[in-house]
Each structure stands twice: as C-alpha cells, then as structure tokens.
Design a protein around this ligand. Structure first.
Ligand SMILES: Nc1ncnc2c1ncn2[C@@H]1O[C@H](COP(=O)(O)OP(=O)(O)OP(=O)(O)O)[C@@H](O)[C@H]1O
Ligand SMILES: [Mg+2]
Length: 296
C-alpha cells in the first residue's frame, strides 16, 4: 500500500473521445442495448466498449440506468434489444452463472452477503453460486469434498488479503457495511475473474475503510484484471479511474479520461439536472459555482 498517485492507463481509445468511441483492446462491447420498464426506457446504449486491463468508472445521476445496464451485462436481466460481447463471445441469452464462468463477475449496490452464514461460508459459496452450482448441493459433504480443500485455501488467502481472516467464523451479519463490501469483493474473486464489475463499492463505507477499498480496486488492475465500477464519489472516480463513461437517462452522454470528461458540458448538465447532492465543484473543477439553493 502506498499513498502515491496511482499510475493511470492511457492510450485506451481510438480517435477522439466521444460516446461510443472504439477502444484499442476492448474486453466488453455493447450495441443498441435497450431495456424498458413499462413506458420508461431505463437503458438505451447505442454503442459502448470497455477497455481491457484498465479501471473504468460508470457515472451518472440517480436513475440514469447504471445498475440496470450492469444487470443486462451480467445476465441478471435481459435486454429488449441489442447485442453484448465479452472477449469476442456473444452474451445473448446467457444466464448470470454462465457469464460468471466466462470470467465476468459483479458485486451489488446493496450487498448480498448472506447474513446467517459465516464469512468463510459466504466465500465458499462464491466459488459455487457464481459457477452456477446448486447452493444446497454444494453444502452436502459428498458433493463438496472433492474441491473443498482447494476452495477453502483460496477463500482463506482472499480473506487474509482483505483483512477479514480473523472474522472468518463470524456471521456476515456482524460485519460493518464496509466489511461487507470487502467480503463481496473478495467473494467475487473466488472464481478468478478477468472482468470485475462493482456497483457502488464505496457506498456506506466509513472513511477508515475507504482507503483500503481503493487500494483493493487498484490491486485488481495491478494483477491484470479489468474493473468496471459505478460510483457517485467523484474523488474516488478521479483518483482511480483510467476512463470514465457517463450515463444520463439511459444513454451514454460522454466518455473520456477523468480530468477531461468531468469538464464536459453534457456531464455538468447531467449532474445539475438531478444530482444536486453531488459536489459540483469536484465535477466541474470549479468549486465556487455551487449554487446550493433550495429545490424550487
Ligand atoms: N425492475 C424495475 N422495474 C421498474 N423500473 C425499474 C426497475 N429497475 C430500475 N427501474 C427504473 O429504471 C431507471 C434506472 O434505474 P437504475 O437503478 O438502473 O439507475 P442507477 O443509475 O443505478 O441509479 P442509482 O445511482 O440511484 O443507483 C430508474 O428510473 C428506475 O426507477
Ligand atoms: Mg444503481
């Protein structure tokens, strides 16, 4: 761990940075992806590519469609139209466990740690539920035994790395919000993924754990993984993202390196529109524009 500025990946795109810009080495591609809920178009992505081996932040106001887009990309929901490719392989019709098996895993905005299982049991399930095996079956010793030692070893290594080893026999319910986020990230790594998607990894994490979460995300990149994360904290986005993609009302409205993209009018407009609690001084780089007026 160090406090120095992380090294940013550059030269990720081809040509001018604009919505839908091609990447030099994309790991994930989506085209014409739409998802409607009744009359509401939650996602309407014409084209987007996620650069391999880098950290990409997906930002945008509440309700922009970020989580819905994550759900579509990871097979937890199906698009109404469009195509998605991971590593050149079509994701059409694939279920979440099949996509996880390809190496694309995610965590949830609201953590899904099973509170009445221990930390270690949660980790072990990470090896199975992402791999699509039946949870109950995996807890039956005969079925389980074969891989158990290996899985337990991997789980303990990860728990050490995420400083949760001392808590391995504790119920997940006893963990703090931040520790649950760490557990979820650790659990996602049980299957040795190549793309890790994090939905608001910092939400509800107290400042004492923020630094360590940041470091863990940076470590994923160091180990060669690709990270795509949703986050409202612009300090974090600016600090660790190599690339930023901005969604508003279901569409990609801007993308580029963090310092550039946060100055774009479309980004400022998106946040001024419906995200008043965001520190616009950080978004725009002009602290003194904040007009913290009452809602009219
Ligand atoms: N299952 C659903 N049924 C109906 N509407 C939904 C459903 N899921 C999401 N929506 C709507 O789709 C839109 C996009 O929601 P989504 O959760 O994807 O936004 P988000 O960008 O993740 O927001 P936040 O930053 O608040 O997490 C919102 O208007 C939301 O109310
Ligand atoms: Mg969301």
């Amino acid at each position: 761990m160090s406090n120095s500025e992380p090294v940013k990946a550059t030269g990720l795109h081809v040509g001018e940075a604009s919505p839908g810009v091609a990447k030099v080495d994309p790991i994930l591609k989506a085209s014409n992806v739409t998802r409607k809920f009744g009359g509401l178009t939650a996602v309407n992505v014409e084209h987007v590519e996620i650069p391999r081996g880098a950290i990409t932040a997906l930002i945008g106001p509440n309700g922009a469609g970020k989580t819905t887009f994550f759900n579509l990309l990871t097979g937890f929901d199906s698009p109404d139209t469009g195509t998605m490719e991971f590593n050149g392989k079509s994701l059409s019709g694939m279920r979440s466990h099949q996509i996880a098996k390809l190496g694309q895993v995610r965590t949830f905005q609201l953590t899904k740690a099973l509170s009445l299982l221990t930390v270690l049991e949660n980790m072990k399930l990470g090896a199975t539920d992402q791999a699509g095996e039946k949870i109950l079956g995996s807890l039956i010793p005969q079925i389980w035994r074969k891989q158990e030692a290996e899985i337990e070893k991997r789980a303990e290594e990860l728990l050490r790395r995420f400083k949760l080893y001392e808590k391995k026999e504790d119920f997940a319910a006893s963990l703090s919000g931040g520790q649950r986020k760490l557990l979820e990230m650790a659990r996602a790594l049980m299957t040795n993924p190549t793309l890790v998607m994090l939905d608001e990894p910092m939400a509800g994490v107290n400042p004492a754990l923020t630094e360590s979460l940041l470091e863990h995300v940076l470590d994923l990149k160091k180990e060669g993984m690709t990270v795509l994360f949703v986050e409202h904290d612009m300090h974090m986005v600016r600090h660790i993202a190599d690339w930023v993609i901005v969604m508003a009302e279901g569409e990609i409205v801007a993308e580029g390196p963090p310092d550039q993209v946060m100055k774009e009018q479309a980004v400022i407009d998106a946040y001024l529109g419906s995200h008043q609690e965001t520190d616009l001084g950080v978004v725009t780089g002009r602290i003194d524009i904040i007009d913290d007026g009452e809602k009219k």
